[in-house]
Design a protein around this ligand. Structure first.
Ligand code: NDP
Length: 312
């Protein structure tokens, strides 16, 4: 390896990134991994993970990510706690720039930047952020023990957040904008069978109430157009995610939502030597195990690319 050109640089530290690191390191590519601003990715804000094979008793998301990290470190992955803020894919060697201005030259790049929580976009949501407004029940639920809270959303995340909060809070109001939930059947059942979760169907948020702290929400029933106020001290937004792919705009192909496009059945983007994995390129499955699978694919694709070019 030339002194200053890395074989393989991985951007992101969720299941995809760490899996790519494990495979790349074991293939002797001496990977460099940039963790980004949310080290460990979305699993860091997840409670129990019960569907990752190999963990028959379940594991919390943060524990699982510590395991991933340890395994990557065991094979000498170099892990750096910084963000990549700029990329240049114009040449045969790719150039990445960190938030502190450091420049990395690399033959291959594995993108595993994941996705981040979406927000409703209300001014009051911004104003009361961290003063009652949160996107993470596991991180912030503790502060709302004994208090009523609201959860917005109807997917698995919302169902999981509501179930978690129901163990801490007298009443969890779940605001579902349609007359059905998107969450998996088992999660729906769990929500509907929890007596202190009150599901408000066809209900949307007009405003989050409170001057310095959340006191409730003004909501509307979108069928009857009836407006009402729900009193609560916590407001948890769980309405999905958007891919963290902004820095790749103009360099790589993406769909309307910003998910990276790859050649089907591979991790290849349109730029040779740049591979995409995990939630940054998957809006369909979005599971830890599928992210890990595509991280593995990206590392193997990178290894084969380097071998074909006789770089390694
Ligand atoms: P989803 O995209 O699945 O669901 C988002 C939910 O938010 C939908 O119900 C949507 O409503 C609602 N929503 C979106 N925008 C608004 C809005 N402006 N106002 C009100 N409601 C809104 O996201 P999730 O984060 O829940 O899940 C993402 C993926 O991760 C899924 O594949 C899920 O299965 C998976 N997951 C798995 C878990 C597990 O297995 N333990 C845990 C958590 C997530 P509508 O339905 O009307 O569009």
């Amino acid at each position: 390896m030339s002194e200053d050109i890395r074989y393989c640089t991985i951007i992101g530290s969720g299941p995809a990134g760490y899996t790519a690191a494990i495979y790349a390191a074991r293939a002797n590519l001496k990977p460099l991994l940039y963790t980004g601003k949310e080290p460990g990715g979305q699993l860091m804000i997840t409670t129990e993970v019960e569907n990752y094979p190999g963990y028959p008793d379940g594991r919390t998301g943060p524990e699982m990510m510590m395991d991933f990290q340890k395994q990557a470190e065991r094979f000498d992955t170099e892990i750096v706690s910084e963000m990549i803020t700029k990329v240049d894919f114009s040449g045969p060697v790719h150039i990445l720039t960190t938030e502190t201005g450091k420049v990395i030259k690399t033959h291959t790049v594995v993108i595993s930047t994941g996705a981040s929580a979406k927000w409703l976009g209300l001014d009051s949501e911004q104003k009361l952020m961290n003063n009652g407004v949160s996107a993470c029940a596991v991180c912030d639920g503790f502060f709302f023990r004994g208090k009523d809270v609201i959860v917005v959303g109807a997917g698995d995340t919302a169902a999981e957040e509501a179930s978690y909060l129901a163990k801490l809070c007298p009443t969890v109001h779940m605001l579902v904008r349609r007359d059905e939930m998107r969450a998996s059947k088992i999660m729906q059942k769990r929500v509907l069978n929890t007596p202190n979760i009150k599901v408000h169907w066809n209900t949307e948020t007009l405003d989050i109430l409170g001057d310095t702290e959340v006191t409730g929400a003004k909501v509307i029933n979108n069928k009857t157009k009836e407006e009402s106020t729900i009193t609560a001290e916590g407001f948890f937004v769980a309405i999905g995610h958007k891919p963290n792919t902004g820095i790749f705009k103009g360099w790589l192909d993406m769909d309307d939502l910003g998910y990276l496009l790859t050649t089907p059945g591979t991790s290849k983007t349109k730029v040779p030597g740049v591979f995409a994995s995990g939630d940054a390129q998957d809006h369909v499955y979005r599971q830890a195990v599928t992210a890990a699978g595509t991280g593995c694919m990206a590392a193997l694709d990178a290894e084969r690319y380097l071998a074909a070019k006789e770089i390694v």
